[in-house]
Ligand binder design. Structure first.
Ligand code: UD1
Ligand code: UDP
Length: 359
C-alpha cells in the first residue's frame, strides 16, 4: 500500500510528524511531497530536522503567490507526481492552499483521499482556509476529525460516510516533543526570560495582517501590555508591517524575533504568562499546556477551548485585548485530549485496505 502525504506549510509539518512515524512503523510505503509553500529555513527545513520527518521525496518548490496562482501551480506539479507515483491513497492535512491543491489533484485522478483535521469550520467564508477545508472535506473519502464538533459540522453538510473521530494529531506531536523540548530548548536563557514574566504573541492570519486598522490595533495593544511580549514574527506579518509603515509600533515592549523551531516554540508557550494569537495550532497548544489564551480573531474553529474557559475571543479591539488578558484565568475543565491519534488513523487505514472499513 503506497500512501502519499502532501504538505507545504509549517503547521502541516507538525501534523505529519507523528503520523509519518506511525505509518512507516506499520510498514506502509510512504511518499512525502512538500509543495514548497513555506520555504524559509526556519519555516520548513528546521521542522523536518527537529521533528525527525524523513526528507521529502519531492519538493515542488512552488513558493509564494496569489491564491489562484499558487494553488494552480501546485495542482499542475502534484498531478505530475501522482501520475508517476500512482499511490493507493493521498493524505492531505489541515486547510492551506497545499491542502486544496492536493485534494483536487488526487480526486480528479480518482485516487482515494484522506483528510487529517477534517470538519473544522469557522463559518466565515472570507477566510481562505474555510474554503480550502470545505472543498477538501467534500472531496475526501476518509475524514479524520479531531473533535466531536468537527463530526457534527460534517453531518450538517451531509457528510457521514468515512468519518472517523480520532483525536487531534497535534496533541500527539505536543506530548512527544514537549519532553524533547525540555531537554533541548535553550530559548529562555538565550532571550533572558523568566517563566511567567512575559507574554507570547503570534499573528499571521490574513484578516489581521492585510487590514491596516486591525493590525495597528493589535500591535498597539501588544505594545501597551504590562509585561514584555515575545513576538516570533511570521514572514507575512513582517512584510505587511513594513509595507503599512507600522514599524514604529514595535516598541521596546514588543520583542520581535525570527520564527522559531517547534522545540523552542513549545518552551516559549509553556512558560508564557499568557498567549495572544490568531493561529489555530497555537490556540490548541495553549489549551493543552494550560496557558491562558487570548485569540485575536472574531471566531474560532476550536470552540471547546473557549467553552472550557481557557481561551477568549477578542478580535482586534485594543481595549478588549488588554482587559480580557487581565481577566482570563485558567479554565476549569480540560477535554478533547487523546494522544493516540496517529495510532487510530493507522488502524483505520489498515482496515480500509483489508476491506473491513466502512467504505
Ligand atoms: C499559510 C496558510 C495558513 C496557515 C499558515 C501557517 C494558506 C492560504 N494559508 O499562510 O492557513 O495558517 O500558512 O503558517 O494556505 N513567506 C516567506 N517565507 C516563507 C513562507 C512565506 O517569506 O517561507 C511570505 C511570502 O511573502 C508569502 C507570505 O509569507 O507571500 C504568505 O505565505 P503563504 O504561504 O501564502 O501564506 P501564509 O500566510 O504563510
Ligand atoms: N510554531 C513554531 N514556531 C513559530 C510559530 C509557530 O514552531 O515561530 C508552531 C506552533 O507551535 C504550531 C504551528 O507552528 O505547532 C502552528 O503554525 P501556524 O501558527 O503558522 O499556523 P496555523 O496553526 O494557524 O495554521
Amino acid at each position: 500500500m503506497k500512501i502519499l502525504d502532501i504538505v507545504g506549510a509549517r503547521p502541516q509539518f507538525v501534523k505529519l510528524a507523528p503520523l509519518s512515524k506511525k505509518l512507516r512503523k506499520e510498514g506502509f510505503n510512504e511518499v512525502i511531497v512538500h509543495t514548497g509553500q513555506h520555504y524559509d529555513e526556519n519555516m520548513s527545513e528546521l521542522f523536518f530536522e527537529e521533528l525527525e520527518i524523513p526528507e521529502p521525496d519531492y519538493n515542488l518548490g512552488i513558493g509564494s503567490g496569489s491564491h489562484g496562482e499558487q494553488t494552480g501551480r501546485m495542482l499542475i506539479a502534484i498531478e505530475e507526481v501522482l501520475l508517476k507515483e500512482k499511490p493507493n491513497l493521498v493524505i492531505v492535512y489541515g486547510d492551506t492552499n497545499s491542502t486544496l491543491a492536493g485534494a483536487l489533484a488526487a480526486s480528479k485522478l480518482h485516487i482515494q483521499l484522506a483528510h487529517v483535521e477534517a470538519g473544522l469550520r469557522s463559518f466565515n467564508k472570507n477566510m481562505p482556509e474555510e474554503i480550502n477545508r470545505i472543498v477538501a472535506d467534500h472531496l475526501s473519502d476518509i475524514l479524520f476529525c479531531p473533535t466531536e464538533t468537527a463530526v457534527r459540522n460534517l453531518e450538517r453538510e451531509g457528510i457521514t460516510k468515512g468519518v472517523y473521530l480520532v483525536g487531534d494529531i497535534m496533541f500527539d506531536a505536543l506530548m512527544h516533543f514537549s519532553k524533547i523540548s525540555e531537554k533541548k530548548s535553550k530559548i529562555l536563557v538565550r532571550l533572558n526570560l523568566k517563566p511567567k514574566e512575559y507574554y507570547l504573541a503570534t499573528i499571521h492570519r490574513a484578516e489581521n495582517t492585510d487590514n491596516y486598522e486591525r493590525l495597528k490595533n493589535i500591535l498597539t495593544a501588544l505594545s501597551q501590555l504590562d509585561r514584555p511580549v515575545i513576538f516570533p514574527i511570521h514572514p507575512r506579518t513582517k512584510n505587511r508591517i513594513k509595507e503599512l509603515n507600522l514599524e514604529s509600533l514595535l516598541l521596546e515592549n514588543i520583542k520581535v524575533i525570527d520564527p522559531v523551531g517547534y522545540l523552542d516554540m513549545i518552551n516559549l508557550e509553556k512558560n508564557a504568562k499568557a498567549i495572544l494569537t490568531d493561529s489555530g495550532g497555537v490556540q490548541k497548544e495553549a489549551f493543552w499546556l494550560r496557558v491562558p489564551c487570548i485569540t485575536l480573531r472574531d471566531e474560532t474553529e476550536w470552540i471547546e477551548t473557549v467553552k472550557l474557559g481557557w481561551n477568549r475571543l477578542v478580535g482586534s479591539d485594543c481595549v478588549k485585548i488588554a482587559s480580557e488578558l487581565k481577566s482570563v484565568r485558567e479554565g476549569e475543565e480540560v477535554m478533547f485530549e487523546d494522544k493516540y491519534s496517529a495510532w487510530k488513523i493507522a488502524e483505520v487505514l489498515k482496515k480500509v485496505i483489508s476491506g473491513k472499513g466502512e467504505r
